[in-house]
Design a protein around this ligand. Structure first.
Ligand SMILES: *Cc1c(COP(=O)(O)O)cnc(C)c1O
Length: 223
């Protein structure tokens, strides 16, 4: 058995039912991604449009594709036709552009709102106090469906340090859900990566995005 297959067996044995794994596949080849799919993971996360387009050509609809990187507005035209979910929407301007291309593609684009739970100025995502306002502005767009929230949290070696940021994002998630905003379905809370997914699941994540722990270490240019 290959190590990717072993890694996935091990991960899936630790992940409770109802929690979905997105394999974060930046820098990985189509063959590696196919191995992940064969081992039972159907959701693939990509950060870079160029890479995604390339692997999509050989894999296509064998997977569901989640966009998990920072989405530049001039790349929306390429992302909308390929992806099943965009996890990183953090502005009305970006949402409007996605809505426009979704309409042209005859699809309703599922999105998550990315929350900058660490309030880090250099990071993407909407500040926690602005999430509700952003969702109220995006909700009326006809070719977008808001399906939940995503957060990265500050990167630290110790996953316990991420816990308060996951807790805060979960609170916002519950708050928005109770508002019952039309066209908003608070179904997914995407939090946690290789070093923090256990803490994230404890704090309510039902999507985790795992790369290194499935594929092995990445080349350092992306770290
Ligand atoms: C790379 C990446 C991950 C996974 O990171 P690992 O530490 O390799 O598990 C998760 N989410 C996002 C947005 C990423 O870019």
């Amino acid at each position: 058995m290959s190590s990717i297959t072993d890694n996935i067996k091990h991960l899936l044995s630790e992940v409770p039912e109802g929690v979905e794994v997105v394999a974060a596949a930046k820098t990985r080849t189509a063959d590696e991604i196919l191995e992940v799919i064969d081992a039972g993971i159907s959701k693939i996360g990509e950060n870079y449009v160029q890479e995604a387009v390339a692997v999509y050509e050989s894999i296509g609809k064998k997977a569901q594709w989640h966009f998990i990187g920072h989405l530049q507005s001039n790349k929306v035209v390429q992302v909308v036709p390929i992806f099943d979910m965009i996890e990183t929407v953090d502005s009305v301007k970006l949402a409007r552009k996605i809505d426009k291309y979704a309409k042209l593609n005859n699809k309703i684009m599922s999105i998550l709102i990315e929350v900058n739970s660490g309030r880090e100025p250099q990071k993407n995502g909407v500040m926690p106090e602005n999430v509700e306002q952003l969702i109220r502005e995006i909700a009326p767009l006809t070719h977008i469906k808001i399906m939940g929230l995503m957060t990265m949290g500050p990167f630290t070696g110790n996953p316990e340090n991420a816990r308060p940021f996951f807790v805060e994002t979960h609170k916002i998630f519950d708050h928005i859900r109770k508002l019952n905003i039309l066209n908003v379905e608070m179904k997914y809370l995407s939090m946690g990566m290789s070093n923090s997914y256990k803490v994230a699941i404890e704090e309510g994540a039902n999507i985790i995005r795992v790369g290194t722990k499935l594929f092995g270490e990445r080349a350092c240019k992306y770290e």
